[in-house]
Design a binder for this molecule. Structure first.
Ligand code: G6P
Length: 635
């Protein structure tokens, strides 16, 4: 969370910084700001709230500077207001800093600097960096040395952009456990937390690796490690298609992305599952243009870096444990992944909320496959957990939508979901693609280890291939779902229940409703309802049950009856022709019949739409819900 940008070159910096920031607003929209060097003087402009507030200021002031840095913030230390917005400046007003991350020892440094006479304005941890650099500068030395000395005092993980009035010909950038890219144009250079933000200007990119400082000028970039030694790295050529933000006629990005799910699933299946008679092939490398449907949103973002699964058959056969780490929606997808792998492969799988790994004994070893599942590939907790597992000798794998992410840098085994960019902060199509990856991975491991008979594998693959059409049929029913959704839009609490593979669907359904409508919602394993949650039920609480024919159908129905007996409003996701469901529930979100094991791929869609319609009906900010960020880069 928090996005950093920079520009220096012949163009006016402010509009370029703004257009870069627009690509990074998903990282936080609590405030935004820029610092430019205008007529030899540092000039900072910032505003609380969405980027559009900053845009108004920039239009009014019309700075003509050719160099600057910018920031979009997700508040960690200090409320979202103008003062806490970045950039932060030092007491002399000559140095400006933008920061992504957390400085863990900022209190200690702040006390020390206040003791030295430095005056602080904000409540942020970030401001300390500007004053620290200022202090080190007063002790003498070149700017690069000053920055390197300052970094030695900082504890934490951070990415920085720094400009100084004394050096209008350059920007310094620092990467310590984050992602930062420098874009190289003709006589101009760009800086961004996400290479996608520079791709609209250039496809030549140099990525900073961990613990590196970049000195960026109009002529290029020089990289140094934290010991000041120069590091040589050639630019890579990214896929040159620009990042186009277009709702394609839909009212919101979220609705567009929900509607893209049949295509996303088809693309993922086409890529790894060439034919039901063939084994799953994860050796597939870079983006394959032949799979692109021609619309820029669906183009793979990436640089052509080879990815895929490179474990040998022997290594796969030697695994005796899998440990998955993820957060948020990716955690829910991973819960289903666990069930699939255990069912089809017979290996015990642990799935952990990545932030819960800290301070815990992680039981992985050389026979463990550790998997990090992360849409962005940047979630700090997820990356930290994978690194910890790697340090303990586990094989590692990533499932991500970003082939150019930090996650891609730290594991040799990468499954890249075929989603294109997801703009809406609430994840929908990337969840579906993560699920698809887990189905394919479970079949792949089952085939390699011989736990999945070829006939069963083939049948599953054929059933998987039928799901995109089912998704289209579900999406065609959205008006029916809309009418039902609006009936329950006045609820204050909503309970979601499901069993087996659809328990995580209930959790994800509840998460979507919370994120999008701010209505309190909880998901429960249906059998757990009676162990406490049932106490909250009355005639004002809608209970949404996910009910699909199969091993847990009857028991789920019984649990729903228990809720009905408490006069709860009863809603169900059920398959066509389910008479019992029609009799038991007040409202039915119907879906085409589906095999229980594959049902999470379809049952989630009416729940995504329900949350969307309620959010829109209540007038909420569908694509950028309050307090959220799409990419959470702090622990
Ligand atoms: C944030 C987003 C969620 C997402 C979670 C994990 O909280 O708002 O939508 O599920 O991070 O993100 P990741 O990129 O690791 O999947």
């Amino acid at each position: 969370m928090c996005g950093i940008v920079g520009y220096l070159g012949p163009l006016k910096a402010a509009p370029v910084l703004l257009s870069e920031l627009k690509c990074l607003e998903y990282r936080g929209y609590d405030s935004a700001g820029v610092a430019v060097i205008e007529d030899g003087r540092l000039c900072v402009m910032k505003a609380a709230g969405k980027l559009s507030n900053l845009e108004e200021i920039l239009v009014q002031k019309g700075p003509t500077a050719r160099v600057g840095i910018g920031h979009t913030r997700w508040a960690t230390h200090g409320v979202p207001n103008d003062t806490n917005a970045h950039p932060h400046i030092d007491s002399t007003g000559k140095i400006a800093v933008v920061h992504n991350g957390i400085i863990e020892n900022f209190e200690e440094l702040k006390t020390e600097l206040i003791g030295l006479g430095y005056a602080f304005n904000s409540d942020t941890d970030s401001e300390v960096i500007a004053h620290l650099i200022s202090y080190e500068l007063s002790q003498g030395g070149e700017m690069l040395d000053v920055i390197l000395r300052s970094l030695k005092r900082l504890v934490g993980a951070y990415a920085l952009g720094i400009v100084s009035q004394e050096h209008p010909d350059r920007i310094y950038a620092v990467n310590h456990h984050y992602s930062l890219s420098v874009g190289l144009g003709q006589g101009e250079s760009f800086l961004a937390s996400d290479s996608m933000a520079v791709r609209q200007y250039t496809n030549r990119v140099v990525r900073l690796e961990q613990s590196e400082v970049a000195e960026i000028t109009t002529q290029g970039v020089r990289l140094f490690n934290f010991d000041g030694l120069e590091v040589k790295r050639s630019p890579i050529a990214m896929d040159s298609s620009p990042y186009v933000i277009d709702k394609c006629g839909h009212k919101h990005f979220l609705l567009k992305e929900i509607h893209e799910q049949p295509l996303v699933l088809r693309q993922t299946l086409t890529k790894y599952l060439r034919h039901p008679n063939h084994p799953i092939d994860f050796s597939v490398g870079a983006y394959d243009p032949s799979l692109d449907d021609g619309s820029s949103e669906n183009k793979m973002v990436g640089d052509g870096t080879a990815y895929g699964v490179h474990l040998t058959d022997e290594e796969i056969k030697g695994l005796n444990h899998i440990n998955i780490f993820a957060c948020g929606t990716a955690y829910h997808a991973s819960m289903i992944g666990k069930l699939l792998i255990e069912e089809l492969v017979g290996i015990p799988v642990a799935v952990d909320i990545a932030s819960e790994i800290r301070g815990r004994k992680l039981l992985v070893n050389e026979s463990t496959l550790a998997i990090a599942c992360s849409q962005s590939g940047e979630t700090a907790d997820t990356l930290a957990a994978l690194k910890e597992a790697k340090a303990r000798g586990a094989y590692t794998m990533g499932i991500t939508n970003r082939a150019d992410s930090h996650l891609a840098q730290i594991t040799p085994n990468l499954i890249v979901t075929e989603c294109g960019i997801e703009v809406s902060v609430a994840a929908t199509k990337t969840y579906l693609a993560q699920l698809a990856s887990y189905y394919l991975l479970a079949i792949y491991l089952g085939e390699k280890r011989g736990t999945l008979p070829p006939e069963k594998a083939k049948a599953l693959k054929m059933q998987l291939n039928a799901i995109p059409t089912m998704l289209e049929q579900i999406l065609a029913r959205e008006e029916q779902y809309k009418d039902i959704s609006i009936k329950y839009a006045d609820a204050h609490d909503v309970v979601f229940i499901g069993r087996g593979v659809n328990f995580p669907t209930a959790l994800e359904g509840a998460l979507k409703l919370k994120e999008l409508s701010y209505i309190h919602a909880s998901g429960y394993a249906a059998g757990e309802l009676k162990h406490g949650p049932i106490a909250v039920l009355d005639q004002n609480v809608p209970v949404i049950t996910v009910l699909v024919p199969g091993a847990v159908y009857e028991k789920t129905l019984s649990n729903a009856q228990e809720a009905r007996a408490r006069k709860a409003k009863m809603i169900v996701v059920a398959v066509d022709g389910d008479e019992q469901a029609a009799r038991t529930f007040d409202s039915v979100l119907s879906i085409p019949p589906v095999e229980e094991i594959l049902s999470p791929l379809t049952t989630i869609v009416p729940l995504q739409l329900l949350s969307y319609f309620i959010s829109d009906y209540l007038g909420k900010d569908v694509d950028q819900p309050r307090n959220l960020a799409k990419s959470v880069t702090v622990e």
